[in-house]
Design a binder for this molecule. Structure first.
Ligand code: TPP
Ligand code: SF4
Ligand code: MG
Length: 317
């Protein structure tokens, strides 16, 4: 893994591109995610932000934070807009080969509502076309900007303003849906592991085609925990196995370092350790807690089986 010393000597990583003093809440996960993504991508990045907390934060003058080009976009149109930008950059690069156009990266940073609900059709279209974009879902597991409504990414049992007794359904597994599109790169990440985020974006930058990165981005007011605990909460998500870190490169899946030991179930902390630190799960019933734990075990068993099949296939080739 890259060292902090190496980052310090890197022209892009050693400074901030999403500037401090912006209007994100203290401890906001999306801000940390974007900062680390931009350290890897650098300023020749054109960012598209569909309607979301980021969309509001990013455009508020005089606290406009990005030190790189960005466009605020309609809620459903993130992937389509970035595809258009990429086409324009490629056309410009053809006409003006000496310009900066060929180095531009088209990036979408969308919330879970903008990705797993309203933007999913456009995202699927871009993935099917293998559009040359990086699409990021920063997942704070609800529609935070409009007052904490449930999304299809809200976990089972979590209270939101539209699920006052806890959500009945389970979280939609969008990284798995993106894997099914056979795009060149799919990864999950968490703000608890910024160097892992950095490395995944560095890798994604050098891949052509549609790349999808899904980042767990805790939200202190929306989840109900003190701002200073944001990293600890994200760490617990990984340590309990609730949030599994992995990459899929050209169809080959690998668990990322922090999640690898958790193949052994005894190494996973019980899910209650994560849930009990957040007000959105307050009053969760024993039954829902067991269901949440069982769902988590199912997710792990599925991934472990996939890895075993993959290994058998590779050995037989
Ligand atoms: C078509 C449309 N419907 C609704 C809205 C209102 N709206 C703006 S942001 C938002 C919530 C976005 O949620 P998410 O994508 O999860 O991002 P977050 O706010 O959590 O960062 C909604 C419903 C809108 N802008 N456009
Ligand atoms: S409400 Fe949540 S996601 Fe939105 S800016 Fe605040 S901490 Fe970030
Ligand atoms: Mg959200």
């Amino acid at each position: 893994m890259v060292s902090l010393k190496e980052l310090w000597n890197d022209e892009f990583a050693c400074r901030e591109w999403f500037l401090p003093g912006n209007s994100c809440c203290a401890g906001c996960g999306l801000e940390i995610a974007l900062r680390w993504a931009m350290k890897a991508l650098g300023p020749k990045t054109a960012l598209v932000t569909p309607a979301s907390c980021l969309n509001v934060v990013i455009g508020l003058w005089p606290k406009t934070a990005p030190d790189f080009p960005f466009t605020n976009m309609a809620f459903a149109a993130g992937a389509a807009a970035a595809t258009g930008f990429d086409a324009a950059f490629k056309a410009k690069a053809h006409r003006f080969p000496e310009g900066p156009w060929k180095e531009m990266t088209s990036l979408v940073f969308a919330g879970d509502g903008g990705t797993t609900d309203i933007g999913l059709q456009g995202l699927s279209g871009a993935a099917e076309r293998n559009s040359d974009i990086i699409y990021v879902c920063y997942d704070n597991e609800a529609y935070m900007n409009t007052g904490i409504q449930r999304s299809s990414s809200t976990p089972h049992g979590a209270k939101t303003t539209t699920t006052p007794f806890g959500k009945q359904r389970y979280k939609k597994d969008v990284p798995r849906i993106m894997e099914a599109h056979d795009i060149p790169y799919v990864a999950t990440a968490s703000i608890s592991h910024p160097l892992d985020i950095y490395e995944k974006f560095k890798k994604a930058k050098d891949i052509k085609g549609c790349r999808y990165i899904h980042i767990l981005a805790p939200c202190p007011p929306g989840w109900g925990f003190p701002s200073e605990d944001a990293i600890e909460i994200a760490k617990l998500a990984v340590k309990t196995g609730f949030w599994i870190l992995y990459e899929v490169e050209n169809g080959i899946k690998t668990l990322s370092k922090p999640s690898k030991p958790l193949i052994d179930p005894s190494k996973r902390l019980p899910i209650i350790e994560y849930v009990s630190k957040q007000k959105r799960f307050s009053g969760i019933s024993e039954k829902t807690l067991i269901e949440l734990q069982e769902e988590n075990d199912r997710q792990w068993n599925r991934i472990i089986n996939e890895l075993k099949c993959q290994e058998m296939r590779t050995n037989s080739e």
